[in-house]
Ligand binder design. Structure first.
Ligand code: GUN
Length: 281
């Protein structure tokens, strides 16, 4: 089965849209883009389009590559204080002279719709998640939608990033999978990936996973967004793996669509958390 996310992502966005309209929610998502990275510009544009579809106001800050860490921090502080701003997203990667972790730490955790603030990471790890990284929660929603069992399954995550690898491993663990995280220093990678009932690849290398690295009848989740000659392709060699795997997500049309849908849902969650705590009111 090809796990196409189009219908599910649309139904999640429609649910959020309905929630916004019925409850007359006034939500604003602030997105900060620093520099000229083309992929980041596309991601930010897609976030803006999703906000327009749902009825969430978006404030897009396009800042020069040369902005200092302190200048960026000042903008984050201002957005933290604004009672009309529901969510703050600083698009990554940031230029080398800016400490990404430091910027993330300074976003109000109740407005952290990326789920990257240490408080939100801690809550996820401790098993009481609030705002969870969008791609990671999107993968869980996708698996559940297609009724793919997680409980007791061997899950191998390839990639240990803070935005995908680690949070998706935490969520799969919370769903009672037996989780292994592999990375660039892992020995005998194929030997480990071949044990995966559910293989999640988030390494950012085109066609990195081939049919000799997967288990028969497994479920393959491809988080990669790579380009070969301008054409989008995932980490998993789709053509090589499709006949051996039981399920596989396409690129494009898979996990990426879920990320945006879950970002919209995180705006609703952030709004509810702030109401509860009377943030900036
Ligand atoms: N860059 C690539 N993916 C993401 C994401 O989900 N959030 C942010 N902030 N930056 C990204």
């Amino acid at each position: 089965m090809i796990l196409a996310a189009k219908d599910l992502a649309l139904s999640i966005k429609d649910e959020v849209k309905k929630n916004v309209a019925e409850n007359n929610l006034k939500l604003t998502l602030a997105v900060i883009l620093v520099g000229e990275d083309n992929a980041s510009k596309i991601y930010v544009r897609n976030k803006k389009i999703a906000c327009e579809y749902i009825g969430i106001k978006s404030l897009i800050y396009e800042l020069p590559e040369s902005i200092s860490q302190n200048e960026l921090l000042e903008i984050v502080f201002e957005l933290n204080e604004r009672s009309d701003v529901t969510g703050i997203l600083v698009q990554l990667p940031l230029p080398k002279h800016i400490d990404e972790a430091f910027i993330m730490e300074n976003i109000n955790p109740l407005k952290d719709v990326d789920g990257f603030h240490p408080e939100n990471v801690g809550k996820l790890t401790l098993g009481s998640p609030k705002l969870v990284p969008c791609t990671a929660i999107g993968i869980i929603k996708l698996l559940e939608h297609f009724k793919i069992n997680i409980d007791g399954e061997n899950c191998v995550v390839v990639g240990r990033s803070n935005d995908v690898g680690k949070p998706v491993a935490s969520l799969m663990l919370a769903k009672n999978a037996t989780v292994t995280i592999c990375h660039s220093h892992t020995k005998n990678l194929a030997q480990i990936t071949k044990t995966a009932d559910i293989l999640i690849s988030a390494v950012g290398k085109a066609k990195f996973i081939n049919c000799d690295m997967i288990k028969e009848n497994s479920t393959l989740i491809d988080v990669g967004m790579n380009r070969i000659d301008g054409k989008l392709c995932g980490d998993i060699d789709f053509d090589s793996c499709i006949s051996k795997a039981k399920n596989i997500t396409p690129v494009p049309g898979g996990v990426g669509l879920m990320t945006i849908a879950m970002l919209m849902q995180n705006c609703i969650i952030a709004n509810a958390l702030q109401k509860f705590r009377n943030v900036g009111k």
